[in-house]
Write a protein that binds this ligand. Sequence first.
Ligand code: ADP
Length: 407
Amino acid sequence: MLVLVINCGSSSVKYQLIETKSEDYLCTGMVERIGAVTSIVKHQIRDQKPVKETTVVDDHTQALKAIMDFILDKENKLVESSDDIKAVGHRVVHGGESFKDSVLIDDSVIEAIEHAIDLAPLHNPPNLRGIEAARKSLPDIPHVAVFDTAFHQSLSPEAYLYAIPNRMYRRYRIRKYGFHGTSHYYVSRRYYRLSGKGPKNTKLITCHLGNGSSMTAIKDGQSVDTTMGFTPLSGLIMGTRCGDIDPSILFYLVEKEELPLNSLHGLLNRHSGLLGMSGYAADMRDLIEEAKNGDRRCKQAIESFCYRIKQFAGSYFSVMNGCDAIIFTAGIGENAPDIRERSLSNMESLGVILDPDRNRDTENSGERLISSDKSRVDVYVIPTNEELVIAVDAAKIATASKQSPWI
Ligand code: ADP
């Protein structure tokens, strides 16, 4: 089934046109700088060179039109007509406590996504604008919402409640939600396929390490704990986000630097993490390079990043009473052998032993085992594919099939 996958930010729309049977994309692209004086539109048909143009795109409706014009352009030989597209899958960041699964979008779903705007003020509004624009552009086919938070709705109260007065949870829904759910879900399902082990009694630790990073403990196919929390700010050290810190630091800073609340938000979200620690860059490739040149703060930022991964890995071993496999994914997880090695060093007592050659094999960029044959715990690199999860869920819901295609 041909599915259009859409991921809307406040000034961008990313898309992929995916054939769910072959699990391949036909074309992908994005519209950036929506609403700016000039916007950038990029498309790439599979196995062809990307094309890029600068134009004026005022809003998400015009962005959707630019995408549909490209897909329907006869010269591109992607589809005969819009009737070939059978469903649209939308990435929605926050589903609050309302959604444990992907859903067919109707007015009540829109209302529930609106209700979660409080919880994700930067993400849910553009997601809703994308849904509105796409429903206008393709009104006759099912539109499906796939939530970043849904996979983590299986957490138990001891994992998701914070130790603050319970009325804060009841009144304001303050709890751990977790994010990157589609990515953790995808790599866990690929592991079940690759290893031949089913989800039952299998314990996994999945590490999504990109600009934003999170880890998840998965038992019996379900998320039991995850590092991101009420927002994507907590847990691991990230490109520019601080991850876990003592909340008293905020009061201290307000007093010492007389910072208003909104600048604290910027400090912790955009100026902290690897960037803040190194004073040099948020991008792991730059940090590795500069650390090799002897920069001590870049080296420290990398060491702290890996230390935090090790800490959570140990915590998830005890939460699940063991672990069968650790899986690395996303930009850093897939491409940085040094980071994987440092994060899992000295964990022999837990049965984790990497194979240095497998870990450093740069020839192979696909799904691969990188642990030693002596390791009790499998360690895998599995490239993530969130768009495919969204497409497959949209296709499944569009055909009302209950069967999981992943196991
Ligand atoms: P996003 O969260 O924006 O989707 P990605 O998953 O693309 O992020 O990951 C981006 C991160 O991956 C950046 O820190 C980048 O430096 C890092 N990365 C990409 N390739 C490599 C590499 N070869 N070695 C180390 N880090 C890499």
